[in-house]
Design a protein. Structure first.
Length: 397
Protein backbone atom coordinates (compact mmCIF):
# COMPACT_ATOMS: atom_id res chain seq x y z
CA UNK A 1 0.00 0.00 0.00
CA UNK A 2 1.06 3.59 -0.58
CA UNK A 3 1.48 5.72 2.53
CA UNK A 4 0.63 9.39 2.94
CA UNK A 5 4.31 10.19 2.42
CA UNK A 6 4.58 8.36 -0.90
CA UNK A 7 4.91 10.42 -4.06
CA UNK A 8 2.07 9.52 -6.40
CA UNK A 9 4.08 10.14 -9.53
CA UNK A 10 7.77 10.35 -10.32
CA UNK A 11 9.16 13.74 -9.19
CA UNK A 12 10.39 14.46 -12.72
CA UNK A 13 6.86 14.21 -14.16
CA UNK A 14 5.25 17.69 -14.22
CA UNK A 15 2.50 18.36 -11.72
CA UNK A 16 -0.04 18.93 -14.51
CA UNK A 17 0.41 15.42 -15.90
CA UNK A 18 -1.42 12.46 -14.44
CA UNK A 19 -0.29 8.92 -15.03
CA UNK A 20 -2.79 7.45 -17.49
CA UNK A 21 -3.95 3.84 -17.20
CA UNK A 22 -5.96 3.00 -20.32
CA UNK A 23 -8.03 -0.21 -20.32
CA UNK A 24 -9.62 -1.40 -23.56
CA UNK A 25 -12.59 -3.77 -23.22
CA UNK A 26 -12.14 -5.84 -26.37
CA UNK A 27 -15.25 -7.50 -27.71
CA UNK A 28 -17.75 -4.62 -27.42
CA UNK A 29 -19.00 -4.41 -23.85
CA UNK A 30 -22.73 -4.14 -23.21
CA UNK A 31 -23.15 -0.81 -21.43
CA UNK A 32 -26.91 -1.11 -20.88
CA UNK A 33 -26.56 -3.98 -18.42
CA UNK A 34 -23.44 -2.52 -16.80
CA UNK A 35 -25.13 0.81 -16.05
CA UNK A 36 -28.88 0.26 -16.06
CA UNK A 37 -31.21 3.11 -17.10
CA UNK A 38 -34.01 1.73 -14.94
CA UNK A 39 -36.04 4.93 -15.32
CA UNK A 40 -36.55 4.07 -19.02
CA UNK A 41 -39.37 1.53 -19.31
CA UNK A 42 -38.25 0.61 -22.83
CA UNK A 43 -35.16 -1.01 -21.28
CA UNK A 44 -37.40 -3.66 -19.68
CA UNK A 45 -39.68 -3.87 -22.70
CA UNK A 46 -36.81 -4.80 -25.02
CA UNK A 47 -34.81 -6.94 -22.58
CA UNK A 48 -37.60 -9.04 -21.16
CA UNK A 49 -35.43 -11.88 -19.84
CA UNK A 50 -31.91 -10.39 -19.61
CA UNK A 51 -32.56 -7.02 -17.92
CA UNK A 52 -31.08 -6.20 -14.53
CA UNK A 53 -33.91 -5.67 -12.01
CA UNK A 54 -34.44 -2.10 -10.86
CA UNK A 55 -33.35 -1.15 -7.34
CA UNK A 56 -35.95 -2.09 -4.74
CA UNK A 57 -36.24 0.52 -1.96
CA UNK A 58 -38.10 -2.03 0.17
CA UNK A 59 -35.36 -4.63 -0.19
CA UNK A 60 -32.04 -2.77 -0.68
CA UNK A 61 -29.98 -5.84 0.23
CA UNK A 62 -31.33 -7.89 -2.69
CA UNK A 63 -28.07 -8.75 -4.44
CA UNK A 64 -29.83 -9.40 -7.76
CA UNK A 65 -31.08 -5.83 -8.11
CA UNK A 66 -29.26 -2.90 -9.62
CA UNK A 67 -27.28 -0.66 -7.26
CA UNK A 68 -28.83 2.83 -7.39
CA UNK A 69 -26.51 5.74 -8.09
CA UNK A 70 -29.23 8.41 -8.01
CA UNK A 71 -32.30 8.97 -5.88
CA UNK A 72 -34.92 6.42 -6.87
CA UNK A 73 -37.47 8.00 -4.54
CA UNK A 74 -37.78 11.00 -6.87
CA UNK A 75 -41.30 11.81 -8.06
CA UNK A 76 -39.95 11.62 -11.60
CA UNK A 77 -37.40 8.78 -11.54
CA UNK A 78 -34.28 9.45 -13.53
CA UNK A 79 -32.04 6.91 -11.95
CA UNK A 80 -29.17 4.78 -13.17
CA UNK A 81 -28.04 1.65 -11.37
CA UNK A 82 -24.84 -0.36 -11.45
CA UNK A 83 -24.99 -4.04 -12.30
CA UNK A 84 -24.75 -5.93 -8.98
CA UNK A 85 -21.41 -7.39 -10.10
CA UNK A 86 -19.98 -3.84 -10.01
CA UNK A 87 -20.79 -3.45 -6.31
CA UNK A 88 -17.14 -2.84 -5.43
CA UNK A 89 -17.19 0.31 -7.54
CA UNK A 90 -20.08 1.89 -5.65
CA UNK A 91 -17.82 3.32 -2.95
CA UNK A 92 -15.41 4.73 -5.55
CA UNK A 93 -18.40 6.51 -7.10
CA UNK A 94 -19.54 7.79 -3.69
CA UNK A 95 -15.97 8.96 -2.98
CA UNK A 96 -16.30 11.21 -6.01
CA UNK A 97 -13.52 9.39 -7.89
CA UNK A 98 -15.63 7.58 -10.50
CA UNK A 99 -17.67 9.05 -13.34
CA UNK A 100 -19.62 7.01 -15.87
CA UNK A 101 -20.21 8.23 -19.42
CA UNK A 102 -23.27 6.59 -20.93
CA UNK A 103 -24.40 6.54 -24.56
CA UNK A 104 -20.84 7.27 -25.65
CA UNK A 105 -18.55 6.09 -28.40
CA UNK A 106 -16.92 7.17 -31.64
CA UNK A 107 -19.46 7.36 -34.53
CA UNK A 108 -17.57 5.15 -36.97
CA UNK A 109 -20.57 3.07 -38.17
CA UNK A 110 -18.55 -0.18 -38.14
CA UNK A 111 -19.73 -3.42 -36.50
CA UNK A 112 -16.67 -5.58 -37.15
CA UNK A 113 -14.60 -5.93 -33.98
CA UNK A 114 -11.20 -5.67 -35.63
CA UNK A 115 -12.12 -2.74 -37.89
CA UNK A 116 -13.93 -0.87 -35.13
CA UNK A 117 -11.05 -1.32 -32.71
CA UNK A 118 -8.68 -0.02 -35.35
CA UNK A 119 -10.79 3.09 -35.94
CA UNK A 120 -11.46 3.98 -32.32
CA UNK A 121 -7.81 3.46 -31.37
CA UNK A 122 -6.79 5.69 -34.27
CA UNK A 123 -9.42 8.20 -33.18
CA UNK A 124 -11.06 8.50 -36.60
CA UNK A 125 -14.40 7.54 -38.14
CA UNK A 126 -13.17 6.59 -41.62
CA UNK A 127 -10.54 4.14 -42.83
CA UNK A 128 -8.65 7.05 -44.34
CA UNK A 129 -6.55 9.24 -42.12
CA UNK A 130 -3.44 8.71 -40.03
CA UNK A 131 -2.36 5.15 -39.31
CA UNK A 132 -1.03 6.13 -35.89
CA UNK A 133 -3.09 6.07 -32.69
CA UNK A 134 -4.70 8.93 -30.77
CA UNK A 135 -2.58 8.27 -27.70
CA UNK A 136 0.62 7.87 -29.69
CA UNK A 137 0.00 11.20 -31.43
CA UNK A 138 -0.59 12.90 -28.09
CA UNK A 139 2.65 11.48 -26.70
CA UNK A 140 4.54 12.56 -29.83
CA UNK A 141 3.06 16.07 -29.43
CA UNK A 142 3.98 16.38 -25.75
CA UNK A 143 7.64 16.28 -24.77
CA UNK A 144 8.72 13.34 -22.59
CA UNK A 145 9.03 14.18 -18.91
CA UNK A 146 12.15 12.02 -18.67
CA UNK A 147 14.30 9.81 -20.85
CA UNK A 148 12.78 6.66 -19.38
CA UNK A 149 12.22 3.68 -21.65
CA UNK A 150 9.02 3.13 -19.67
CA UNK A 151 7.29 6.34 -20.72
CA UNK A 152 4.57 4.34 -22.51
CA UNK A 153 4.06 0.66 -21.82
CA UNK A 154 1.52 -1.95 -22.81
CA UNK A 155 1.04 -4.76 -20.30
CA UNK A 156 -0.61 -7.00 -22.87
CA UNK A 157 2.24 -8.51 -24.85
CA UNK A 158 1.73 -6.26 -27.87
CA UNK A 159 1.71 -2.57 -28.67
CA UNK A 160 -1.93 -1.47 -29.19
CA UNK A 161 -2.90 0.66 -32.17
CA UNK A 162 -3.70 3.53 -29.78
CA UNK A 163 0.03 3.85 -28.96
CA UNK A 164 1.10 3.85 -32.61
CA UNK A 165 3.22 6.92 -33.29
CA UNK A 166 4.70 7.13 -29.81
CA UNK A 167 8.48 6.85 -29.63
CA UNK A 168 9.39 3.21 -28.98
CA UNK A 169 6.50 2.14 -26.72
CA UNK A 170 7.17 -1.02 -24.74
CA UNK A 171 5.08 -4.18 -24.76
CA UNK A 172 5.57 -6.48 -21.78
CA UNK A 173 3.36 -9.39 -20.84
CA UNK A 174 4.85 -10.01 -17.41
CA UNK A 175 7.36 -7.89 -15.49
CA UNK A 176 8.75 -10.95 -13.73
CA UNK A 177 9.76 -12.45 -17.07
CA UNK A 178 11.16 -9.29 -18.66
CA UNK A 179 14.92 -9.34 -18.57
CA UNK A 180 17.86 -11.72 -18.39
CA UNK A 181 18.63 -14.17 -15.63
CA UNK A 182 21.81 -13.74 -13.64
CA UNK A 183 23.74 -16.31 -15.64
CA UNK A 184 23.16 -14.43 -18.90
CA UNK A 185 24.02 -11.13 -17.23
CA UNK A 186 27.30 -12.57 -15.95
CA UNK A 187 28.15 -13.93 -19.39
CA UNK A 188 28.26 -10.47 -20.97
CA UNK A 189 25.69 -11.42 -23.59
CA UNK A 190 23.54 -8.27 -23.06
CA UNK A 191 26.51 -6.14 -24.14
CA UNK A 192 26.88 -8.28 -27.25
CA UNK A 193 23.25 -7.55 -28.11
CA UNK A 194 23.73 -3.85 -27.42
CA UNK A 195 26.69 -3.73 -29.81
CA UNK A 196 24.84 -5.80 -32.41
CA UNK A 197 21.75 -3.59 -32.55
CA UNK A 198 23.44 -0.22 -32.85
CA UNK A 199 22.38 2.09 -35.68
CA UNK A 200 22.08 1.72 -38.64
CA UNK A 201 20.98 -1.91 -38.16
CA UNK A 202 17.25 -2.36 -38.92
CA UNK A 203 15.07 -2.42 -35.79
CA UNK A 204 17.86 -0.84 -33.80
CA UNK A 205 15.41 1.58 -32.19
CA UNK A 206 13.06 -1.02 -30.66
CA UNK A 207 15.99 -3.25 -29.71
CA UNK A 208 17.86 -0.46 -27.97
CA UNK A 209 14.67 0.62 -26.17
CA UNK A 210 14.03 -2.93 -24.97
CA UNK A 211 17.59 -3.34 -23.71
CA UNK A 212 17.44 0.03 -21.97
CA UNK A 213 14.14 -0.97 -20.38
CA UNK A 214 15.68 -4.19 -19.08
CA UNK A 215 18.50 -2.22 -17.46
CA UNK A 216 16.04 0.27 -15.98
CA UNK A 217 13.76 -2.46 -14.62
CA UNK A 218 16.70 -4.34 -13.10
CA UNK A 219 17.91 -1.16 -11.41
CA UNK A 220 14.43 -0.51 -10.00
CA UNK A 221 14.60 -3.90 -8.24
CA UNK A 222 10.80 -4.33 -8.07
CA UNK A 223 9.95 -7.20 -5.69
CA UNK A 224 8.30 -10.08 -7.59
CA UNK A 225 4.75 -11.12 -6.69
CA UNK A 226 3.89 -14.79 -7.16
CA UNK A 227 0.11 -14.37 -7.17
CA UNK A 228 -1.96 -11.18 -7.49
CA UNK A 229 -3.83 -12.17 -4.33
CA UNK A 230 -0.55 -11.93 -2.39
CA UNK A 231 -0.76 -8.16 -3.02
CA UNK A 232 -4.51 -7.85 -2.46
CA UNK A 233 -5.54 -8.17 -6.12
CA UNK A 234 -7.95 -10.77 -7.53
CA UNK A 235 -6.35 -13.81 -9.16
CA UNK A 236 -7.62 -12.83 -12.61
CA UNK A 237 -5.90 -11.80 -15.81
CA UNK A 238 -6.93 -8.16 -15.37
CA UNK A 239 -6.06 -8.27 -11.69
CA UNK A 240 -2.54 -9.41 -12.56
CA UNK A 241 -2.12 -6.69 -15.18
CA UNK A 242 -3.28 -3.90 -12.89
CA UNK A 243 -1.00 -5.23 -10.17
CA UNK A 244 1.93 -4.85 -12.55
CA UNK A 245 0.80 -1.33 -13.41
CA UNK A 246 0.76 -0.55 -9.69
CA UNK A 247 4.23 -2.03 -9.21
CA UNK A 248 5.62 0.25 -11.92
CA UNK A 249 3.84 3.35 -10.62
CA UNK A 250 5.03 2.74 -7.05
CA UNK A 251 8.63 2.14 -8.18
CA UNK A 252 11.14 4.83 -9.10
CA UNK A 253 10.43 4.26 -12.80
CA UNK A 254 8.75 7.38 -14.29
CA UNK A 255 6.02 5.64 -16.25
CA UNK A 256 3.52 8.04 -17.87
CA UNK A 257 1.09 5.78 -19.76
CA UNK A 258 0.05 2.17 -19.18
CA UNK A 259 -2.19 0.40 -21.71
CA UNK A 260 -4.01 -2.81 -20.79
CA UNK A 261 -6.35 -5.09 -22.73
CA UNK A 262 -9.39 -6.67 -21.10
CA UNK A 263 -10.74 -9.48 -23.28
CA UNK A 264 -13.97 -11.46 -23.44
CA UNK A 265 -16.69 -8.80 -23.78
CA UNK A 266 -18.46 -10.22 -26.85
CA UNK A 267 -21.61 -11.52 -25.16
CA UNK A 268 -23.83 -12.69 -28.01
CA UNK A 269 -25.34 -15.47 -25.90
CA UNK A 270 -26.59 -15.83 -22.32
CA UNK A 271 -25.69 -12.28 -21.35
CA UNK A 272 -26.78 -12.60 -17.70
CA UNK A 273 -24.56 -15.67 -17.26
CA UNK A 274 -21.43 -14.27 -18.85
CA UNK A 275 -21.46 -10.52 -18.18
CA UNK A 276 -21.52 -11.07 -14.42
CA UNK A 277 -18.07 -12.69 -14.24
CA UNK A 278 -16.66 -10.12 -16.69
CA UNK A 279 -17.93 -7.22 -14.59
CA UNK A 280 -16.80 -8.93 -11.38
CA UNK A 281 -13.27 -9.18 -12.80
CA UNK A 282 -13.33 -5.54 -13.89
CA UNK A 283 -14.67 -4.25 -10.57
CA UNK A 284 -12.35 -6.41 -8.47
CA UNK A 285 -9.24 -5.33 -10.37
CA UNK A 286 -10.17 -1.64 -10.48
CA UNK A 287 -11.08 -1.54 -6.78
CA UNK A 288 -7.85 -3.31 -5.77
CA UNK A 289 -5.83 -0.82 -7.82
CA UNK A 290 -7.79 2.09 -6.33
CA UNK A 291 -7.21 0.89 -2.77
CA UNK A 292 -3.55 0.10 -3.45
CA UNK A 293 -2.83 3.55 -4.87
CA UNK A 294 -4.81 5.27 -2.13
CA UNK A 295 -7.89 7.46 -2.77
CA UNK A 296 -6.25 10.53 -1.21
CA UNK A 297 -2.68 9.80 -2.22
CA UNK A 298 -1.70 8.01 -5.43
CA UNK A 299 -5.07 8.31 -7.16
CA UNK A 300 -4.76 12.10 -7.07
CA UNK A 301 -2.19 11.84 -9.88
CA UNK A 302 -3.68 8.88 -11.75
CA UNK A 303 -6.47 8.78 -14.33
CA UNK A 304 -7.99 5.47 -15.43
CA UNK A 305 -9.97 5.31 -18.69
CA UNK A 306 -11.98 2.18 -19.55
CA UNK A 307 -13.58 2.05 -23.00
CA UNK A 308 -14.68 -0.34 -25.74
CA UNK A 309 -14.96 -0.40 -29.55
CA UNK A 310 -18.77 -0.18 -29.72
CA UNK A 311 -21.80 -1.14 -27.69
CA UNK A 312 -24.64 -3.61 -28.14
CA UNK A 313 -28.16 -3.49 -29.52
CA UNK A 314 -30.98 -2.35 -27.27
CA UNK A 315 -33.12 -5.41 -27.86
CA UNK A 316 -32.03 -8.86 -26.73
CA UNK A 317 -31.50 -11.48 -29.42
CA UNK A 318 -32.88 -15.03 -29.61
CA UNK A 319 -29.92 -16.43 -27.67
CA UNK A 320 -30.49 -14.34 -24.54
CA UNK A 321 -27.62 -12.10 -25.56
CA UNK A 322 -27.09 -8.86 -27.47
CA UNK A 323 -25.76 -8.19 -30.95
CA UNK A 324 -23.29 -5.58 -32.16
CA UNK A 325 -24.55 -2.03 -31.76
CA UNK A 326 -23.27 1.51 -31.46
CA UNK A 327 -23.06 3.42 -28.15
CA UNK A 328 -21.77 1.98 -24.89
CA UNK A 329 -20.33 3.00 -21.52
CA UNK A 330 -16.97 4.50 -20.54
CA UNK A 331 -15.52 4.55 -17.01
CA UNK A 332 -13.35 7.38 -15.65
CA UNK A 333 -11.57 6.86 -12.33
CA UNK A 334 -9.13 9.07 -10.48
CA UNK A 335 -8.68 12.01 -8.15
CA UNK A 336 -8.88 14.43 -11.08
CA UNK A 337 -12.18 12.99 -12.26
CA UNK A 338 -15.30 15.04 -11.60
CA UNK A 339 -16.82 11.90 -10.14
CA UNK A 340 -19.99 10.85 -8.46
CA UNK A 341 -21.97 11.52 -11.62
CA UNK A 342 -23.39 9.81 -14.68
CA UNK A 343 -22.56 11.89 -17.74
CA UNK A 344 -25.23 11.32 -20.35
CA UNK A 345 -27.53 13.13 -22.72
CA UNK A 346 -29.89 10.16 -22.63
CA UNK A 347 -31.20 9.32 -26.13
CA UNK A 348 -34.01 7.01 -25.03
CA UNK A 349 -34.59 3.38 -25.96
CA UNK A 350 -37.64 3.62 -28.23
CA UNK A 351 -36.03 1.69 -31.07
CA UNK A 352 -38.41 2.52 -33.91
CA UNK A 353 -36.44 1.67 -37.05
CA UNK A 354 -33.09 1.56 -35.27
CA UNK A 355 -32.15 -0.95 -32.58
CA UNK A 356 -28.97 0.85 -31.57
CA UNK A 357 -28.32 2.95 -28.50
CA UNK A 358 -27.46 6.27 -30.11
CA UNK A 359 -24.18 8.07 -29.39
CA UNK A 360 -24.95 11.40 -27.73
CA UNK A 361 -21.52 12.04 -26.18
CA UNK A 362 -18.62 11.57 -28.57
CA UNK A 363 -15.88 9.76 -26.66
CA UNK A 364 -13.30 11.98 -28.35
CA UNK A 365 -14.76 14.95 -26.45
CA UNK A 366 -14.16 13.14 -23.16
CA UNK A 367 -10.65 12.08 -24.13
CA UNK A 368 -9.74 15.58 -25.33
CA UNK A 369 -10.91 17.03 -22.01
CA UNK A 370 -8.83 14.42 -20.20
CA UNK A 371 -5.71 15.22 -22.23
CA UNK A 372 -6.25 18.94 -21.81
CA UNK A 373 -7.01 19.03 -18.09
CA UNK A 374 -5.10 16.03 -16.71
CA UNK A 375 -2.26 15.20 -19.11
CA UNK A 376 -0.59 18.53 -19.70
CA UNK A 377 -2.60 19.81 -22.65
CA UNK A 378 -2.84 18.68 -26.25
CA UNK A 379 -3.53 19.71 -29.84
CA UNK A 380 -6.90 18.29 -30.86
CA UNK A 381 -6.10 18.76 -34.52
CA UNK A 382 -3.18 16.35 -34.12
CA UNK A 383 -4.82 13.87 -31.76
CA UNK A 384 -8.21 13.76 -33.51
CA UNK A 385 -7.78 15.19 -37.01
CA UNK A 386 -11.00 16.50 -38.51
CA UNK A 387 -12.83 16.52 -35.18
CA UNK A 388 -14.20 19.72 -33.69
CA UNK A 389 -14.59 19.43 -29.94
CA UNK A 390 -17.92 20.71 -28.62
CA UNK A 391 -18.25 22.08 -25.11
CA UNK A 392 -16.53 19.87 -22.54
CA UNK A 393 -18.84 17.58 -20.56
CA UNK A 394 -17.35 18.48 -17.16
CA UNK A 395 -15.80 15.04 -16.70
CA UNK A 396 -12.54 16.30 -15.16
CA UNK A 397 -11.43 18.85 -12.62
Amino acid sequence: MLTENTIAAHPDIPDDRDILVCIFQRGAADGLNALVPYFDSDYYAHRTSIAVPAPDPLDPLNLNNGIPLTNYFDTVPNGYALHPALQLMEQVYLDGNLALVHATGVPHQIRSHFSAQNLIERGVIEKTGPSTGWLGRHLAFSSPATGSAFRAISISGNVPVALGGAIEPLAIDNLNDFGFDQGILDSGYPQVLTDLFRNPIPFSGPAEAALAAMDELQAANIPPVNQPSDAGYPNTVLGGKLLQAAQLIKSNIPVEVVCIDSDGWDHHQNLPTYIGPSLTELAGALRAFYDDMGPTTGMQRITVLVYTEFGRRIKQNGSQGTDHGTASLAYLMGGGVNGGQVISDWPGLDIGQNEDLQITTDLRTVITEMLDKRLGGTDVGIVFPGFTVPTYVNAFI
